[in-house]
Design a protein around this ligand. Sequence first.
Ligand code: GAR
Length: 190
Amino acid sequence: MKKITILISGRGSNMQAIIRNIQSGILKEICTIQSVFSNKKNAAGLHKASKLGIPTHVIASKGIKRKIYNALLLDWLKNENPDFIVLAGYMKILSPEIIQEFPKKIINIHPADTSLHQGLHGYDWAFENKLKTTKVTVHYVDEGLDTGKVIGKKEVDISDCKTIEDVEQKGLKIEHKFYSECLKKIFEDK
Ligand code: GAR
């Protein structure tokens, strides 16, 4: 069984979907979750994790130098020693030292096709460009911005979406299912 740690910065809906799948869905008996980490002490996802019985840990990134924050995070991650680090709406860039410590062990979900749009606001980008379909991407994290090896992409039909919120809602629904499916494949080494 793989041991995972999930990193979040906010709402934590992907985190919640993964934990539920570990507790009683497609990730049961495939991985265990040892902790949820947030760089924001008020992240709504922290309450969700606690309610689901998962230990949480915060290192507030606000107000401290990026280098110091990343060094503290690296120390904490080394101590946790997870088999995989799963980013779920974690909005900070991981330092090269962290990436090098966990090669091919850090996974992210991105709300766009990483070959077409990198960085923040993937659903806004799809809406503003009037796309009929967009994609979500699950990928390994390397030292670039959303440049890591793709694990899977899934299409989202947004042709009937009237607002950015509609696009996000449709995309998240797909993310919540697709992320766990990709994790299952990786953890089973298929
Ligand atoms: C998700 O849409 C995720 O794909 C995106 O943030 C949202 C987090 O929602 N991630 C990124 O943009 C990473 N660059 P959640 O906190 O409810 O899972």
